[in-house]
Design a protein around this ligand. Structure first.
Ligand code: ARG
Length: 602
């Protein structure tokens, strides 16, 4: 009760309506008021940055830029940037968020946040839940186009990266209250289906006989049919006619196509299920009926011209044109993507459309994005204004030999095998630590899965996505260093501290008081409240590694606090248990956003 009256009387809280729990934005609002008072004639955005120096927690960097704007004006009232800084500082509205401000050097305004305010807001987060800190992004709906493997072809490590990165981006946007359409843009249309269908008819004259176990490995099926296609002219001819019959909608052909897609889908689902990833399939075939109309609209705008029998859009800055209708009259990857973009903008009313593929496809995206801008579908400035499109490219997964990741037995890595191996290895490590005797078989399985799959995901997400990374089980499953295993164990240890205290943490949240007395407690506390701005930054720049880095630092800050501050049995026990709980809550949210399942004991 005491707490709720106290919190109500405060002017700024960490979950300010427009800012969510973003401290940078909240400070920005205060400085905005000050800037308006200081230089009423200038329209300037507050420039706020976090800093880790000794002078403050944040810095406002407007003074110098403002000075260069106003120095030439006749009626200027300031003499130099430090004076501008002083004025901005003086004009700040009163707020219990700020402890003190000081102007340094050429006008930097250092801000020290109130320790009491930080403590109160952590406690408030504990009571209201971490979702109350969620950042607010200025859009309602986004499409994340990710995973997107091709039917009957291999789902390779590139697709695994796309699945992991795309899922995290979707989760972060969803947490920020954006409605996300999670699109699996599977390659389910194209000339390869003629060959697959004819091969299917040949192998299974009776349609009822077609099923998963009879076909077996779909990739092998694809290979065998391709070989037939390449070596038998009569078969090739039949396959080419089959494409026409399929596209003409002939029932038998359509059914066979369905059948093949369904088998692939089951295989994909096994990977998604292990990873806990949810996707909604809208494959290439879905957009097929809309293509003629969309290409027609582009033609009416005068963008399409004829070139060597094909129809193309010429784009400035590219040495090849974008082919939208092939010389045989068929459509291609670009025609489908242009149409899907049109659909997402106009039918689905998405404001931000995000595509997650390897960087090798960069040019394809650059080209059709440019065509869409020429057509007036998108504003030509892609940096800030919605609707906008973003290609989230990522680097290669390398093997130990520094070459593209492959296993010895097969040319490609089967994703399911890879995930199983991660799980089996982590299970073996748990057994080695004696957990088989301590835990039930179910606990062992669940922990092995959480750790194994978590390790694969985290190893992928922690690097800047554009860098290539080396796939190494020993490294990713190491319990020391920047790995999921280390972080999951750190979380489990915090939970065990709380458990061993024997205190009811829900009770403490309401009756106890969180105080950040020790410097290491303050560092940890401030870091906890910087969660929201971290997620916002990771969303805006589409960089999951920003969140990984935050999580790793959180764990490091906790370790420092825990080694310097006694928790259980100390005079500060209640407050410190609350700080432990807050750390565990934020860690769990980070895990959730990274698609990692937390473990509670180890
Ligand atoms: N199916 C493609 C591939 O495997 C990826 C599709 C990505 N999405 C898109 N809208 N082009 O490379």
């Amino acid at each position: 009760l005491a707490l709720s009256t106290k919190t109500q009387s405060m002017t700024t809280m960490a979950n300010d309506e427009d800012c969510g729990g973003n401290l940078k934005r909240q400070l920005g609002k205060l400085f905005e008021v000050s800037l308006r008072a200081t230089v009423p004639d200038e329209n300037v955005e507050p420039l706020i940055a976090a800093c880790s120096g000794n002078f403050g927690d944040y810095q406002c960097n407007n003074a110098m830029g403002l000075w260069s704007k106003i120095k030439a004006k006749p009626n200027k009232t300031f003499r130099g940037p430090p004076a501008v800084g002083e004025a901005i500082k003086e004009n700040l509205p009163p707020s219990n968020m700020i402890e003190s401000c000081s102007v340094a050097g050429p006008g930097f305004i250092n801000v020290v946040l109130s320790t009491k305010w930080i403590a109160e807001n952590i406690q408030k987060m504990l009571i209201d839940g971490i979702d109350s800190l969620a950042p607010r992004l200025s859009l309602k709906r986004a499409v994340v186009d990710f995973s997107s493997p091709n039917i009957a072809k291999e789902m390779h490590v590139g697709h695994l990266r796309s699945t992991i990165i795309g899922d995290t981006l979707a989760r972060m946007l969803e947490f920020s209250k954006v409605e996300v359409l999670r699109r699996n843009h599977v390659g389910d249309w194209g000339t390869q289906f003629g060959m697959l269908i004819e091969f299917l008819f040949e192998k299974f004259p009776k349609f009822e006989d077609v099923n998963e176990s009879a076909i077996g490995d779909l990739q092998a099926f694809y290979k065998a049919s391709k070989q037939r296609f390449d070596t038998d002219a009569e078969f090739k001819d039949r396959a080419q006619r089959a494409v026409v019959r399929l596209q003409g909608g002939e029932t038998k052909y359509h059914q066979a196509w369905e059948q093949i897609c369904e088998l692939s889908r089951k295989e994909f689902d096994r990977v998604y299920q292990r990873l806990g990833v949810h996707l909604e399939e809208k494959g290439e075939s879905f957009y097929n009926p809309f293509i003629p109309e969309v290409i027609g609209a582009l033609r009416n705008k005068g963008l399409v011209e004829e070139s060597e029998g094909a129809q193309v859009i010429r784009l400035e800055g590219f040495n090849i044109p974008l082919i939208v209708v092939k010389s045989d009259g068929g459509y291609n990857y670009a025609s489908t993507d242009l149409t899907a973009l049109w659909y997402r903008l106009n039918e689905e009313k998405a404001e931000w459309i995000i595509y997650v593929t390897d960087v090798g496809q960069q040019q394809h995206f650059d080209m059709f994005f440019k065509a869409a801008k020429l057509a007036g579908w998108l504003p030509s400035d892609n940096s800030t204004i919605y609707p906008k499109v973003s290609h989230v490219g990522f680097g290669l997964v390398l093997g130990e030999d520094g070459k593209r990741f492959r296993t010895r037995a097969t040319e490609v890595v089967r994703l399911v095998d890879l995930l199983d191996e991660a799980k089996n290895r982590s299970k073996a490590a748990l057994i080695e630590r004696g957990k088989a005797a301590e835990w039930t078989e179910e606990e062992l399985e669940q922990t092995a899965e959480a750790v194994g799959y978590g390790a694969v995901k985290y190893a992928d997400l922690k690097n800047n996505r554009l860098t290539n990374y080396t796939f190494n089980f020993d490294q990713m499953l190491n319990d020391k260093g920047n790995t999921a295993v280390y972080l999951l164990y750190a979380h489990a240890r915090i939970c065990s501290i709380i458990r061993k205290s024997g205190k009811d943490i829900d009770d403490l949240k309401k009756t106890g008081e969180l105080v950040l007395g020790h410097p290491d407690e303050r560092v940890l506390g401030l870091h906890l409240l910087q969660f929201a701005e971290t997620v916002e930054e990771a969303c805006n720049n589409l960089l999951p590694n920003v969140l990984c880095e935050y999580l790793y630092n959180l764990s490091e800050n906790f370790t420092k606090f825990y080694s310097n501050c006694q928790v259980v049995g100390s005079a500060e026990e209640t407050s410190r248990l609350l700080l432990c709980e807050a750390t565990a809550v934020v860690m769990r949210k980070c895990f959730f956003l990274l698609g990692i399942v937390p473990v509670y004991k180890i």
